[in-house]
Design a binder for this molecule. Sequence first.
Ligand SMILES: *[C@@H]1O[C@H](CO)[C@@H](O)[C@H](O)[C@H]1NC(C)=O
Ligand SMILES: *[C@@H]1O[C@H](CO)[C@@H](O)[C@H](O)[C@H]1NC(C)=O
Ligand SMILES: *[C@@H]1O[C@H](CO)[C@@H](O)[C@H](O)[C@H]1NC(C)=O
Ligand SMILES: *[C@@H]1O[C@H](CO)[C@@H](O)[C@H](O)[C@H]1NC(C)=O
Length: 453
Amino acid sequence: MTAFSWLATALLALTAASANTLNFSVVYQWNKIDYAWPTDSSKAQALSLGRYQPEHNAPAGLAVLGQRVFVSVPRYLQGVPSTLNWLPSNGASSTSPKLHPFPSWDMQGIGNCSALQNVFGLEVDSHGRLWAVDAGRLFTRKNQRRSDLDKCPPKLLIFDLNNNNSIELRYEFPEDVVSRNSSLLSDLVLDKTSDDWLAYISDASGHIIVFSLGKKKSWRVQHPSMLAAQPEHEPLPLGRDLGVSGLALSPLNDRTFLYFSTLSSPELFSVPVSELRAGSDKLTVKSVGTKSAPSRGMSMDNKGLMYFGLLGKQSVATWDTKFSFREELVFEDKEVLQWPDTFAFDASDNLWLIANKLQALLQRKLNLDETNFRLIKAAHFARHRHVVVIRLGHRFLLLRTPPVKHHRRTYNQLLLSDTLEVLKPENSDSEEGETDWLERALREEGPNGAPVS
Ligand SMILES: *[C@@H]1O[C@H](CO)[C@@H](O)[C@H](O)[C@H]1NC(C)=O
Ligand SMILES: *[C@@H]1O[C@H](CO)[C@@H](O)[C@H](O)[C@H]1NC(C)=O
Ligand SMILES: *[C@@H]1O[C@H](CO)[C@@H](O)[C@H](O)[C@H]1NC(C)=O
Ligand SMILES: *[C@@H]1O[C@H](CO)[C@@H](O)[C@H](O)[C@H]1NC(C)=O
């Protein structure tokens, strides 16, 4: 049976009601970041020595596994006592939990190159390991250059979360791959082949770094698209001089492209994963589209839907990478999303996001009397949008349309103008949450808001 003949039996069409189709809720929020200090006096001492300056601490990197959320606090400025931390993923209250240094306080020593120096990107893999990018360099922006700020090499660490958080790997990048004095490593995505794990890491000085766990080896690729662009859009307080930052990888079942953007341009690029794995000199970089604003973090779900924040627009948008580029706003909040920084999926496919006020922090204009940082989360079923529902007897057939500009279109208009994609055959096992949601939506809204009998 063709999609068309299914459609001919269609009864119902669900339409999206508002721009905020992703239902983010606040997990935690903070005016300022504080830590689980060993003693009150150690905190008092850190404050008096300037080793803890609350107004310079902002959460950025994010990964979630089981009961723990891992959060990095980059050392952009002085006074960040712990650069890698964890929090319970199911807190009793949303108010300002203290960050627990991970794996320990001992591992946070500034200038101790065995310890963590400046952690940005985090990922967890399917073996329960936490991968952490340590940029090595300290106080990377707007600070006087001192040789000891570049003292420690950039490195990659892998912690085994199922084995007492032990360090499974500590890999220092060689100088000819990642420069100690000009690199700025930030995002990390993980790739898995039949016999290896690879990490792709963005270096804002204009490179993408590839690391092979099997070979314990790294290399870098470069292309003019990875360098900072002259901003055409509204100038950002941060990032005019920064190259490649946000990364997203196409899903494992079709791992063809790594997508990337710089902080200085709204343009989105793709590069074939095969060329990264091979370390090609000549990369086939393509411009796939132009977002309505630059973004920081990006993330891809397992069906190829990419999420990215829009800086300056206080919003989160998506693009379904199966279709040509089309940006769709899914969440907008002027208060909550001042700087949508980093996304992460957990094992149940919930989407997590850290929103901080990095623009204010870097200008030293953070007001500690107001809410500055939020960890927010959206349930996975919220991601399936623009769903056309077709009822065949007692079964539902779901068809997903590419993003449409005008939500309240009739079913026939959709049929004429959009490619419909079969998400779920009528006889497939249904995921519990999705069916519940659908049935509720049908009961409450019906086609175009009319009740369904
Ligand atoms: C959004 O999520 C919150 C918390 O999970 C829930 O209480 C609320 O009902 C949801 N809103 C909608 C419109 O689904
Ligand atoms: C440096 O860090 C390592 C790893 O955490 C720790 O074992 C060591 O004691 C630290 N050295 C100093 C001098 O603090
Ligand atoms: C973790 O460390 C504790 C205390 O050192 C030890 O008793 C336990 O066996 C360790 N667990 C594993 C899985 O290694
Ligand atoms: C970085 O270090 C190299 C060699 O150590 C030096 O030639 C270069 O001038 C340095 N660059 C900066 C920006 O300090």
